[in-house]
Ligand binder design. Structure first.
Ligand code: 6PG
Length: 314
């Protein structure tokens, strides 16, 4: 096991500039015309411009595996460039198909990784008027508070693009955590009824077009933390937490059934401090507890955007 991982790490370090490297995850896969190949724990990794053909064995992979992609970048700068293109392409495709584009943001370092969207060509080419913006989680603090995810996104992203202010759905910061979660769910139900937010035929739950998630060093996503009872919440669309291990303690958060009904999810993870949970989710290390990040799936496509430090244990 250790030696296969080593093959991968060595290959990763010695590769030249042909990034991003797309990994087709979760199932054995056969590569044709490859000059570099690493295989570990049932996950095959391709480098350079490889043609990937799924073997019979790969057909046995779960549906979630088939929708999962992993891209590793030499730097966060390269990642940000690719993330902007990915987001702009989906905005064009889904904006055309649906007439609106529903985007869900998280807090943390993700917002900085969206910086290329506020530069040419995307600042001019994206149909911002079709965007509707939501938060996968929000801290229960006033909107002008340093801890507010709304403030973070507004200062670093939303204030710099032509998104219609009425299409930015922040929480009601005058309410308690319980009240704000209920209010946010009511808002989403209303937008589902008015067809702004799509509905998943599979689950009957809101199907956001693109969810842009970050992950904490403990493997949490949104405000869904390892071992917390909220991981099992399957009735509410939006719920609240008052004992978040990451400060501030009071937050609201989408629940897993809603997160996993998204059409597309981009999970952005950078830094060596997060390599452990990345390995738990994508490598072959056996972990006794399932981390929240391992519970994420998407209806159409779930893409991991990793920098090489976050991928260093693969
Ligand atoms: O409000 C929050 O705290 C976030 O939404 C949270 O889920 C965040 O995305 C991760 O903790 C990663 O944050 P970093 O990228 O800053 O580590």
């Amino acid at each position: 096991m250790a030696s296969t991982s080593l093959t991968f790490s060595t290959s990763l370090r010695t590769l030249s500039s042909s990034i991003p490297r797309t990994f087709y995850c979760g199932t054995p896969t056969q590569f044709i015309g490859t000059n570099l190949l690493a295989r570990f724990g049932g996950v095959c990794v391709s480098f350079k411009r490889l043609e990937c053909v799924r073997t019979k064995a790969s057909m046995a992979g779960t549906a979630a595996d088939k929708k999962r992609k992993v891209q590793v970048f030499d730097s966060e700068e390269d990642l940000a460039v690719s993330l902007a293109k990915y987001t702009a392409d989906l905005s064009a495709k889904l904006g055309k198909e649906r007439g609106s584009f529903t985007v869900v943001l998280s807090g943390g370092s993700l917002i900085k990784s969206l910086r290329k969207l506020v530069e040419p060509p995307y600042i001019d080419s994206i149909e911002w008027e079709k965007w509707h913006v939501f938060w996968v989680d929000e801290r229960v603090v006033p909107k002008d508070h340093e801890d507010s995810n709304y403030k973070l996104a507004y200062d670093g992203f939303l204030s710099k693009v032509r998104i219609t202010p009425g299409n930015v759905y922040s929480i009601n910061d005058a309410l308690s955590a319980e009240g704000a979660a209920e209010d946010y769910e009511t808002c989403i139900r209303h937008l589902v009824k008015s067809n702004i937010i799509d509905i998943s035929p599979a689950t009957g739950l809101p199907k956001f077009d693109l969810m842009l998630l970050g992950m904490g060093p403990d493997g949490h996503v949104a405000s869904l933390f390892p071992g917390h009872p909220l991981l099992k919440e399957n009735e509410k669309w939006v719920t609240f937490i008052k004992d978040s291990p990451k400060p501030p303690p009071e937050r609201i958060t989408f629940t897993f059934p809603v997160i996993n009904s998204s059409a597309y999810i981009a999970l952005v993870v950078c830094g060596a401090g997060k390599a452990g949970p990345v390995q738990a989710a994508l490598g072959n290390a056996q972990n006794s507890v399932t981390l929240p990040v391992q519970m994420v799936s998407a209806e159409d496509e779930f893409t991991w955007f990793l920098d090489k430090d976050a991928a260093s244990k693969l």
